[in-house]
Ligand binder design. Structure first.
Ligand SMILES: [Ca+2]
Length: 281
């Protein structure tokens, strides 16, 4: 049953939260050259940030606008291609470590923008498991997540949700898409969120458009958002939480369209199927 959220209900969400410098592929060491094959050449002049985690958490392959990257790199984790970034759930004295990107210039929702990455759940899905994939924040927040079964909002099963919340002058938007969200442990999925016209957000899962959000009240303005968390905690304290791995983080300074995103997901999936590039481990 599709639940309609009230503002009160939604507010209960708690977050704890080239110039593609793409050097000419032929001047890169073979390992780096191979990784860039996952970055579509057609986007090269619009990609402002690309992180495949091959060189460590603080060394994105492309970062044309000085996005600040912070996160705890837990070691050599197998990613979608090569290494990935493990987001651990808080346990055993370890704190959650979402990948955190800061840039008022690049991450402002008033500009054309695409944020995308591959993700994998690293444990068995449970009915009451909650995890966040994209969380863009500043004066409010814009999020895409899976929320488990909970008394909160009367959710009866894990459900895809999205929110635009807390921006003065913008009407709060909360949507559980309905339907069961129950990803298999270890299966790679792709998520993308695009921003256009300072007022339209589109969410894609595995290359397919899942939702179009038309912001009401006012358009996004400079400074509304400036920080991006990938793998943020989205559950209340004491509730089940998830460890996950992310990889191939791409930020483009325009809103990619449905065909481009669909084609990218298919192409990257095919590359992975043939295990290319091969990486000795
Ligand atoms: Ca990688």
């Amino acid at each position: 049953m599709k639940m309609l959220w009230t503002a009160t209900c939604a507010a209960a969400v708690v977050i704890f939260a080239a110039m593609i410098a793409a050097p000419s592929a032929f001047t890169q060491p073979p390992e780096e050259r191979a990784q860039f094959l996952y970055l579509p050449a057609a986007w090269a002049d619009r990609v402002v940030f690309y992180h495949s985690f091959e060189q460590g958490v603080d060394k994105p392959e492309v970062n044309t606008a000085g996005v600040r990257v912070t996160g705890h790199f837990p070691g050599d984790v197998e990613g979608f291609a090569g290494r990935g970034y493990r987001v651990q759930k808080p346990e055993g004295g370890l704190k959650r470590n979402p990948l955190t990107l800061d840039s008022a210039e690049v991450l402002s929702a008033h500009r054309p923008l695409t944020i995308m990455h591959w993700w994998r759940l690293d444990e068995e899905m449970q009915d009451d498991l909650t995890f966040c994939l994209i969380y863009l924040q500043g004066r409010g927040w814009i999020s895409n997540a899976v929320h488990g079964k909970a008394e909160w909002c009367g959710l009866r099963e894990p459900t895809y949700i999205s929110q635009v919340h807390g921006f003065s002058g913008i009407r709060n938007y909360n949507n559980p898409w309905g339907g069961r969200a129950f990803p298999e442990r270890g299966a790679w999925h792709h998520v993308a969120m695009t921003f256009s016209g300072a007022s339209t957000i589109r969410v894609y899962w595995d290359g397919r458009l899942r939702e179009t959000i038309a912001v009401r009240g006012r358009e996004f303005a400079p400074g509304d958002t400036s920080q991006l968390l990938l793998g943020a905690q989205y559950s209340r304290a004491g509730k089940p939480d998830a460890s996950m791995t992310i990889d191939e983080v791409i930020i483009v300074n325009r809103a990619l369209n449905a065909d481009e995103i669909s084609q990218y997901v298919k192409s990257a999936g095919k590359l992975k199927e043939v295990n290319f590039p091969h990486r000795e481990r």
